[in-house]
Design a protein around this ligand. Structure first.
Ligand SMILES: Cc1cc2nc3c(=O)[nH]c(=O)nc-3n(C[C@H](O)[C@H](O)[C@H](O)COP(=O)(O)O)c2cc1C
Length: 190
């Protein structure tokens, strides 16, 4: 029995290929671990603020900020981090938008990748603090990146492996529905 955190970052609702792919992964996980729970985090419905000066001051201790603002910022970040920490498996639906991850997903990362919370340099060396997680990336793209001329434009998976890995989530498996908008591919992409 596992605690699964499903993160949605598509804007397409039920039509989303990345969400459908994430659901297919979760279906298999539930078959493998009967009784597992799934917490759904839809970043379209619950977007995180773009990183701003107030976050910098609170997260990095770089300047004074009014206590009530600091408390609000801290609460949102703590909740996101606690949600991540309490999951065993994280399944992230990732549409490719303009060669990168959706800004909502980057927004979430900006609030969970925090010194002293999810990584630390306290010992003089970088220590990752989000350990023992399994991550599945369910990627959907209009184009094809596994072969052909667009191969060099695959920034999404290396970026997520680097950023999630930085805070300790190194056990990452990727499923990728590619060519979702290309005739000849889209019919069987999923
Ligand atoms: C704003 C926008 C930008 C996109 N940029 C890219 C891109 O850079 N590369 C690509 O292969 N597909 C791109 N696409 C196509 C999507 O990746 C494709 O439709 C995919 O199915 C999106 O995932 P979703 O169905 O989960 O939303 C873009 C789509 C949108 C709406």
């Amino acid at each position: 029995m596992k605690k699964i955190l499903k993160i949605i970052s598509s804007v397409k609702g039920a039509e989303s290929k990345s969400t459908q792919l994430a659901d297919a992964v979760i279906e298999k996980l539930i078959a493998q671990y009967p009784g597992s729970t799934v917490k759904v985090k839809d970043l379209l419905k619950q977007p995180y603020e773009h990183f701003h000066e107030g976050h910098l001051k609170v997260y990095r201790g770089m300047g004074d900020v009014a206590p009530e603002i600091a408390a609000g910022v801290e609460k949102i970040s703590e909740e996101a981090i606690n949600e991540l920490m309490s999951a065993d498996i994280i399944v992230i639906g990732v549409p490719v938008y303009n060669f990168h991850i959706p800004s909502t997903l980057k927004g979430w990362l900006d609030h969970v990748m925090r010194a002293g919370k999810t990584f630390s340099y306290a010992s003089g060396q970088k220590e990752a603090l989000v350990n023992d997680k399994k991550v599945y990336l369910a990627v959907a793209s209009g184009g094809v990146y596994s072969e052909g001329p667009m191969q060099a434009y695959n920034f999404v998976v290396p970026y997520l492996e680097a950023s999630l890995g930085f805070i300790g989530m190194t056990d990452i498996s990727t499923f990728w529905a590619e060519g979702c908008d290309m005739p000849g591919y889209k019919e069987t992409a999923l």
